[in-house]
Design a protein around this ligand. Structure first.
Ligand SMILES: Cc1ncc(COP(=O)(O)O)c(C=O)c1O
Length: 367
């Protein structure tokens, strides 16, 4: 049996009947950029996340970068983030000229530890960028309390966690801004790259609409009031995403059900299944198991046809490209420990009962 980590073709079969006419209509209108599809999606994502504003961008990376730009974060500033993330989080900070400062993670949730954030604050700290890793929210109440105490802004990296909640609030709605990724394999994935910033702050939303479009509005196209970038979400992406958004909660429910199945069935084996922090609805963007025998298990699963993958093997502070930051092995023991043990197994909404049982049996066979 072959079981892939994500099966976007199955998802597509569910939406094809709506996607194809919508895409056809866009081709017939030849209206690709900044149209009704984009603004409709912005309205729907804002409502979904429980905030008044959403601004489409052409990737999650740009959403993070422009959120920082909207706050005027620049050279000389510091932004505290987690060393356990995808490089885009850190790139966004560096590309503003600011310096990323890492704070170690909590070993159960794999998210940044609010207590460790406090120790990294200096006179230059301007913002905290927590990442809702693998699909569950970081400890946002404690992070917001630190931010309020020290007068810092918070940008939530919600790339992996649209739809996750914490104590009833949606990921992306806690901080000053939240940055979502619509990369095809994400919880809500487009037909290419895409991203969005969500916020309750009107002034920042207005700045973001300008920043993503060369500092100008569609109406006054050649009046540039800010130096921005070209990072608009195109209409084809917006149309596809809007159609998928209607199914997002039911897809997430299936992931949660699949995760529950795995956690029950794998109990008693020498591995750790994901821990959902109190108050969290984990969306299981990735279902991570932790074991000392990670690499051997990954090989065994590959032989059995199960697509299991390592996320993320090298913490950010040990990445060759970030050597100039001056960190070394041993600086963040929690992330260094878990990065050697974690393996993602398929959990997507299209898994059949037979496939789920096969995955469990393959893991049991290994141990
Ligand atoms: C945690 C995290 N942050 C940021 C990004 C960047 O998103 P994108 O690929 O849409 O630029 C990703 C995904 O790739 C991610 O996983």
């Amino acid at each position: 049996m072959k079981i892939s980590l994500m099966d976007l073709r199955k998802q597509y079969e569910e939406v094809r009947g709506e996607v194809e006419p919508a895409v056809k209509e866009i081709f017939e209108s030849q209206n690709f950029i900044l149209g009704k599809y984009g603004s409709d999606l912005e309205e729907h994502i804002a409502a979904y996340c429980g905030v008044p504003y959403a601004i489409g961008m052409n990737s999650g990376t740009d959403a993070l970068f422009l959120a920082l730009r909207a706050l005027d974060i620049k050279k000389g500033d510091e932004v505290i983030t987690t060393p356990f993330t995808f490089i885009a989080t850190v790139e966004a900070i560096i590309n503003t000229g600011a310096r990323p400062v890492f704070a170690d993670i909590d070993k159960e949730s794999y998210n940044i530890d609010p207590e460790k954030i406090k120790r990294r604050i200096t006179k230059r700290t301007k913002a905290i960028m927590p990442v809702h890793l693998f699909g569950q929210c970081a400890a946002m109440e404690a992070i917001m309390a630190v931010a309020r105490k020290y007068g810092l802004k918070v940008i939530e990296d919600t790339a992996q966690a649209i739809g996750a909640t914490r104590n009833g609030h949606k990921a992306g709605s806690f901080g000053t801004m939240g940055a979502i990724s619509f990369y095809p394999g994400k919880n809500l994935g487009g037909a290419g790259d895409g991203g969005m910033v969500v916020t309750s702050n009107k002034r920042l939303a207005e700045r973001l609409f300008l920043l993503r479009n060369h500092g100008s509005t569609k109406k006054a196209k050649y009046t540039n009031v800010l130096i921005g970038v070209n990072s608009r979400l195109d209409n084809i992406q917006a149309a596809v995403l809007d159609i998928k958004l209607k199914r997002l909660d039911s897809w997430l429910d299936k992931r949660i059900m699949n995760a529950g199945f795995f956690s029950n069935e794998l109990e008693g084996l020498p591995l750790v299944t994901p821990v959902t922090a109190t108050g969290n609805k984990h969306t299981f963007h990735l279902y991570m198991i932790a074991t000392e025998k990670r690499d051997a298990l990954a090989e065994h699963l590959a032989v059995k046809g199960v697509d299991a993958r390592v996320y993320y093997p090298i913490p950010m502070h040990l990445q060759p490209a970030l050597k100039f930051l001056g960190y070394k092995k041993g600086d963040f023991p929690c992330v260094e420990e878990v990065a050697g043990k974690l393996l993602a197994i398929p959990v997507h909404e299209g898994l059949t009962d037979e496939e789920k049982t096969y995955i469990v049996e393959a893991i049991k066979e290994f141990f």
